[in-house]
Design a protein around this ligand. Structure first.
Ligand SMILES: NC(=O)c1ccc[n+]([C@@H]2O[C@H](COP(=O)([O-])OP(=O)(O)OC[C@H]3O[C@@H](n4cnc5c(N)ncnc54)[C@H](OP(=O)(O)O)[C@@H]3O)[C@@H](O)[C@H]2O)c1
Length: 338
């Protein structure tokens, strides 16, 4: 009897990773979920008793060394590499954001190359690797997957650089490292990269309290709970469930091999829209939401339709995404207070 084939998902106990795991499980795949914390891994398993036979947890303590993935990659058919540091709460941007992001991609690809079973590696990059902050309309323009952030490594790691800019560098140079690996090493597998913008939606990963929400959803909660109106750096977003579908389709569709996709809803957002949706959808909304307004930045566009078409993703509406997440967050708040 042959061993069942597994898909390895890194960052499986994070916001996006957990949805990728769920999308794979729903479609009947066996998943090996890599996490730094076995405790979180066990919580993931306990929350999915129906998938006990399909979901394995593997601890990868240091995802920057390829040796750490030696056990995790054994016999896997494909890898979805989601893990990367995503936080703006840093003291040393190069050490905490940039270097681990790049080393993580290299380690996963090195480990993948040791296994002839691996046919494809899908990597979660970011719109941060696409964005050029100095490009301004008019004339109106549309970002596509052909665009690259022009940031230099030196700019990304400079002492005076903010964590936001360093994060953009971390995603750019990590993704570049992947394409360079393919170019230089010509591995037996192919690579697909996905560049999502702000990703929002309900959470499926283990989060004990609202204070531990991932960076992007924390922004939605800040608006809904009246904390503040964050700055929308770009007007682009995607629902985490749609992004999970894109990851799995990118893994399975033969024709996606070697491509880079921007996975984004055609609908634009601002935190002002978040405020309106919360006011309209929740009886407590008007009383509680953050003060202030924010217009949608509508002088440039992003082509998410190509990914939608080629990966078969039907993008949800922003209203549905905000509503589903806020409903869940309010429930979490209630149980924290009980
Ligand atoms: N959320 C967004 O708006 C957004 C948009 C575009 C792209 N992305 C990309 O999507 C991916 C996942 O982000 P997310 O939003 O799901 O954030 P998240 O919830 O913070 O997840 C990040 C994941 O990466 C893992 N990770 C971070 N630093 C690590 C390190 N040094 N060593 C090992 N594992 C590490 C975390 O592991 P633990 O579970 O063990 O902590 C976690 O599972 C990242 O590549 C991010 O750049 C996110």
């Amino acid at each position: 009897m042959s061993m069942p084939q597994y898909i390895l998902v890194t960052g499986a106990t994070g916001f996006i990773g957990a949805h990728v795991v769920d999308e794979l499980l729903r479609r009947g795949h066996n998943v090996r979920a890599a996490t730094r914390s076995l405790e979180k891994g066990e919580l993931m398993q306990m929350a999915r008793p129906q998938y006990a036979a399909q979901l394995d947890i593997v601890k990868v303590s240091d995802f920057t060394a390829s040796a750490s993935f030696a056990e995790a990659v054994q016999g896997v058919a494909g890898i979805i590499h989601v893990a990367s540091p995503f936080t703006y709460d840093t003291t040393n941007n190069e050490e905490e954001l940039v270097k681990p992001a790049i080393a993580g991609v290299k380690a996963v690809l090195d480990a993948a190359a040791t296994q002839s079973s691996v046919k494809r590696v899908v990597i979660t990059s970011s719109f941060a690797a696409v964005l050029d902050v100095n490009r301004k309309a008019p004339p109106r323009f549309t970002y596509t997957a052909a665009d690259w952030n022009p940031l230099s490594y030196e700019e990304a790691v400079a002492k005076e650089t903010s964590a936001v800019v360093a994060y953009r560098g971390s995603k750019k140079f990590a993704e570049k490292a992947a394409w360079e690996f393919v170019e230089e090493r010509k591995p037996a597998f192919d690579v697909v990269t996905l560049c999502p913008p702000m990703t929002f939606g309900p959470i499926a990963h283990p989060v004990q309290k609202l204070a531990d929400l991932n960076e992007s959803n924390a922004m939605l909660w800040n608006v809904a709970s009246g904390k503040d109106m964050p700055v929308a750096r770009v007007p682009f977003w995607v629902d985490v469930r749609d992004l999970a579908v894109a990851h799995v389709e990118a893994l399975l569709r033969a024709e996606a091999g070697g491509k880079r996709y921007v996975v984004a809803s055609p609908e634009k957002f601002s935190y002002g829209v978040v405020k309106r949706v919360v006011e309209e959808e929740f009886p407590w909304g008007k009383e509680r939401v953050a003060k202030g307004e924010q217009e949608i930045e509508d002088s440039y566009d992003l082509d998410g339709e190509t990914a939608g078409k080629e990966l078969g993703v039907r993008y949800r509406s922003f209203r549905e995404t905000v509503k589903d997440f806020v409903e869940q967050a309010v429930e979490m708040e209630g149980s924290e207070q009980r």
